[in-house]
Ligand binder design. Structure first.
Ligand SMILES: *[C@@H]1O[C@H](CO)[C@@H](O)[C@H](O)[C@H]1NC(C)=O
Ligand SMILES: *[C@@H]1O[C@H](CO)[C@@H](O)[C@H](O)[C@H]1NC(C)=O
Ligand SMILES: *[C@@H]1O[C@H](CO)[C@@H](O)[C@H](O)[C@H]1NC(C)=O
Ligand SMILES: *[C@@H]1O[C@H](CO)[C@@H](O)[C@H](O)[C@H]1NC(C)=O
Ligand SMILES: *[C@@H]1O[C@H](CO)[C@@H](O)[C@H](O)[C@H]1NC(C)=O
Ligand SMILES: *[C@@H]1O[C@H](CO)[C@@H](O)[C@H](O)[C@H]1NC(C)=O
Ligand SMILES: *[C@@H]1O[C@H](CO)[C@@H](O)[C@H](O)[C@H]1NC(C)=O
Ligand SMILES: *[C@@H]1O[C@H](CO)[C@@H](O)[C@H](O)[C@H]1NC(C)=O
Ligand SMILES: *[C@@H]1O[C@H](CO)[C@@H](O)[C@H](O)[C@H]1NC(C)=O
Length: 758
């Protein structure tokens, strides 16, 4: 299998040089600096930030359409504050110690390092940045912020992120032209097209023949895109590649998804400067240069003329204490409205809340027995958990009543959400199964102290007492009465739960599993009880669909709770997977390409828990806790200097009957079937479902690499010809409904216990 040359995160090597560090990406990641000299702007000597201010406050420029280079010059003019930066890199390790994969990331299993991502020493990287600060190598705040940001990014763990203020709090970036990667007939290698070309073709709305993109800014198109895709949060390279493009499922999530693809500034693409312009070269010889843009994220730009003004107004260099407002998932319920059907989707048979879940049938001859549960999310804490669960209940019942015998579970774009929703959906499908799902934390002294203190505190009141303070800690991992052993026995003490246990040379806590009968499950699940347990213990019996009549459909993005669900579906129930898209090759690809850690913790949650452990210290031990490792979380600088709510992966997921001790995150696993996207599939989700049904139930050989037609690579011209001759008049939604989505930008506010931030 061909791997991109882009391998190691060598930013640290670059940092060790004697040259000053200017704001450019670490060498191994694609350079976010312009590839060509900036266009000379007429006659102005005004400071860059004054020009941004002018652009924002003098129409017709809108805050979302600032020419990219204007904003770039402005953000780069913020002087470097070495003392604040130094404190920041010294404070961060206390939080990073909670990252469950911290040790393994330094030297991951060989297959992971070869096929997925190389290792990264994050703590070592922070130390190096500290030395570079001391050596005076940073010249701007952004230069520092970017190096810090990409250090975290190199872990390719969707739960682990740190977006410094300079990188994400002032501007986001975008390109005005989304792309897609499509195979003309589902068998030939995919080629890259401008999405509006494909859209125009499908709607017979253009008069010219679209031609594939062959170069971007002078670089061969797939090389450019594979390299740029490394700015994404997923670990899998095919999932990362898919995430570059316009995709119906991501768009159906609105601002909560990856927008119109990373190339156009959606998802993590919004943090990477794309240059002032981007030039596409097409196979037909023509070229197109687009003006890239910056979007203002800061609340305003009034009174800002210089980089110093910007820093003074928006950067919290001095944060000593911010009252962090991150609560564990609560049982708050909002009624989420039903949303209009997203572009490219039919009207659902059983609609769920906010297009986060919908039940469909495939209305076409010979697909009468196929039902589709489309699940692009496992919902966040502010969503309608009960409605989400009910959608599956209602749809499975209706599908059975209507004689549907086959079920596609479409998980494209699913970055996770509430852990219990993933487990519940599995139990709705397989009530006769006992979900295993063991997990562990990285052992740390701070975690141990928190558990000692909070287990004792939580035990002072009856379990499930109607008191929010008690429930918060009784429902947390820090009370040993929460969770059970792998043998489904109660833990007898905190000491038994915390271990430590040595596995492959590193220290972890004892493996534990969720006790799904626990009275506090509905407290931690956003209000739902899990099917088969507690008040829903009466739901038993055989599954409605046989495992071979269900298939999981992904685009590789599947992360977090999505992987919890998929692990149970594939390993315990034996359900098969189909993965869509991927790089332009014929190799097998993974179905689960997002983080496979099973719980994220907000940094703020760790801080609050540390404070609570000190406050509720066991009587007689106050002084001990008062001077303990828990004091590492006193300072709020790491929170104050972050543009988004930073989080990390707290729990590893482990596989049943696997004695290796290797976390699921590092296990490479190919999908049972791979399908390319076709042009039609980028405008009509039904086309995807038909192809999935054909591959799963319509006889063998339809998968990529299988015996499906001519698998020779198509010449570029052949692709073009067939793309135009294969016109399909899409009728589901208007051309305008798609065009309206081009301005969609990622602005995700979802908070959940098993979710990868886009
Ligand atoms: C700058 O612009 C002013 C008018 O706006 C003009 O008089 C002047 O010649 C320009 N300077 C340069 C160097 O172009
Ligand atoms: C730099 O950060 C320090 C805190 O570490 C703060 O006291 C100082 O005011 C900052 N300097 C500027 C110029 O903002
Ligand atoms: C394409 O659709 C748009 C919007 O409906 C319309 O204004 C335009 O004339 C159409 N172009 C062609 C070539 O059909
Ligand atoms: C070449 O292809 C591009 C991209 O599809 C298109 O915009 C352009 O009109 C085409 N040029 C010619 C001369 O056909
Ligand atoms: C809940 O318990 C805490 C801790 O004992 C106590 O301080 C608080 O007053 C209780 N709250 C209510 C509403 O009883
Ligand atoms: C699970 O929780 C229930 C209800 O709180 C409790 O009765 C049971 O003993 C627990 N099971 C284990 C194995 O801890
Ligand atoms: C879940 O169970 C609890 C009792 O354990 C009950 O109070 C609550 O109403 C249930 N939630 C739902 C949505 O039925
Ligand atoms: C199980 O019990 C719940 C009430 O706790 C009820 O709403 C539901 O209909 C019951 N389901 C079955 C399958 O009996
Ligand atoms: C905790 O330490 C602080 C000084 O850092 C001191 O003021 C306070 O009295 C101590 N509290 C306890 C309970 O020891």
């Amino acid at each position: 299998m061909r791997l991109p040359t882009l391998l190691a995160f060598t930013g640290l090597v670059a940092l060790a040089s004697a040259t000053p560090i200017v704001p450019a990406a670490p060498r191994a990641l694609p350079q976010p600096v312009p590839r060509k000299p900036l266009k000379a702007r007429q006659n102005d000597t005004a400071p860059a930030c004054a020009k941004v201010s002018q652009a924002i406050y003098s129409p017709p420029t809108r805050p979302s359409q600032i020419p990219a280079a204007l904003a770039w010059d402005c953000i780069n003019s913020v002087p470097f504050n070495a003392s604040s930066a130094k404190r920041l890199v010294e404070d961060l390790p206390a939080w990073l110690n909670w990252q469950s994969t911290l040790d393994v990331l330094k030297n991951p299993p060989a297959e992971y390092a070869e096929k997925v991502q190389p290792g990264i020493d994050i703590i070592g990287g922070l130390e190096q940045i500290g030395r570079d600060i001391d050596a005076g190598r940073f010249t701007s705040e952004y230069g520092f912020g970017w190096v810090l940001y990409t250090l975290f990014l190199a872990a390719h763990d969707g739960h682990l992120q740190y977006v410094p203020d300079s990188v994400g709090a002032i501007f986001n970036w975008g390109r005005p032209v989304p792309l897609v990667s499509v195979s003309e007939d589902g068998a030939q290698l995919p080629a890259v097209f401008v999405y509006s070309d494909v859209l125009g073709m499908q709607y017979k709305n253009i008069s010219y023949t679209p031609s594939p993109v062959i170069e971007i800014d002078g670089e061969e198109v797939t090389e450019f895109l594979e390299s740029y895709s490394q700015y994404g949060g997923s670990q899998d390279r095919d999932a990362l590649y898919n995430n570059m493009f316009y995709e119906l499922a991501q768009v159906s999530l609105g601002a909560g998804g990856a927008g119109v693809g990373m190339f156009a500034g959606g998802g993590r693409g919004r943090f990477a400067y794309p240059g002032d312009t981007t030039t596409l070269k097409f196979a037909n010889g023509s070229e197109y240069t687009m003006q890239n843009y910056a979007r203002l994220i800061a609340p305003h730009f009034r009174g800002i003329s210089t980089g110093e003004d910007l820093a003074k107004t928006f950067f919290n260099y001095n944060t000593a204490s911010v009252d962090s407002q991150s609560t564990p998932v609560s049982s708050a319920e909002n009624e989420a409205p039903l949303a209009p059907a997203a572009p490219g989707y039919p009207v659902p048979v059983v609609p769920g809340p906010s297009n986060l879940i919908n039940g469909f049938y495939v209305n076409a001859a010979s697909y009468e027995d196929v039902a589709v549960l489309q699940v692009p999310s496992f919902i966040g804490s502010t969503g309608s958990g009960v409605l989400f669960q009910k959608t599956t209940q209602d749809f499975l019942a209706k599908a059975a009543a209507d004689g549907k015998t086959k079920l596609i579970i479409d998980l494209q774009a699913n970055g996770g959400g509430i852990i219990m929703q993933g487990i519940d959906m599995f139990k709705q499908l397989f009530p006769d199964q006992d979900p295993w799902g063991a997990n562990r934390f990285r052992y740390t002294e701070a975690a141990d102290l928190m558990g000692q203190s909070l287990s004792e505190f939580a035990s002072q009141a009856p379990r499930g007492v109607n008191n929010l303070t008690y429930k918060t800690f009784q429902g947390s991992w820090f009370d040993y009465h929460m969770d059970m052993t792998v043998d489904a026995k109660p833990f007898e003490s905190w000491q038994q739960k915390v271990g430590p246990v040595e596995v492959n040379g590193d220290k972890y806590t004892t493996l534990s599993r969720w006790n799904l009968s626990d009275v506090l499950i509905s407290f931690v699940s956003g209000g739902v009880n899990v099917t088969g347990y507690g008040p829903l213990a009466n739901v038993t019996g055989p599954p409605r669909f046989k495992p071979e009549n269900i298939v999981l459909l992904t685009d590789g993005y599947c992360a977090s709770t999505c992987t919890i669900f998929s692990e149970l579906m594939t390993q315990q129930a034996g359900v098969k997977t189909i993965a869509m898209g991927g790089r332009a090759n014929k190799e097998p690809i993974q179905a689960l390409g997002g983080v496979k850690g099973v719980n994220n913790f907000a940094y703020a949650y760790i801080q609050q828990t540390a404070r609570a452990a000190i406050r509720f210290a066991p009587s007689g031990q106050e002084a001990k806790y008062n001077v303990s490792a828990l004091r590492q979380y006193d300072s709020s600088l790491v929170l104050g200097r972050a543009a988004t709510n930073p989080s990390l992966n707290s729990r590893d997921g482990l596989r049943r009957n696997d004695a290796s001790g290797v976390a699921l995150q590092f296990i490479y696993e190919e999908a049972d079937c791979r399908l390319y996207y076709t042009p039609e599939m980028t405008v009509d989700a039904t086309a995807i479902w038909k192809a999935a049904a054909d591959a799963q139930w319509g006889g063998s050989g339809k998968c990529v690499g299988g015996n499906y037609g001519d698998t020779q690579a198509a010449g570029i011209n052949e692709v073009t010809t067939k793309l135009s001759s294969g016109r399909v008049k899409a009728t589901l939604h208007s051309f305008e409904a798609f065009a309206d989505t081009f301005g969609l930008e990622t602005d995700c506010r979802v908070q959940a216990d098993g979710f990868m931030q886009p």
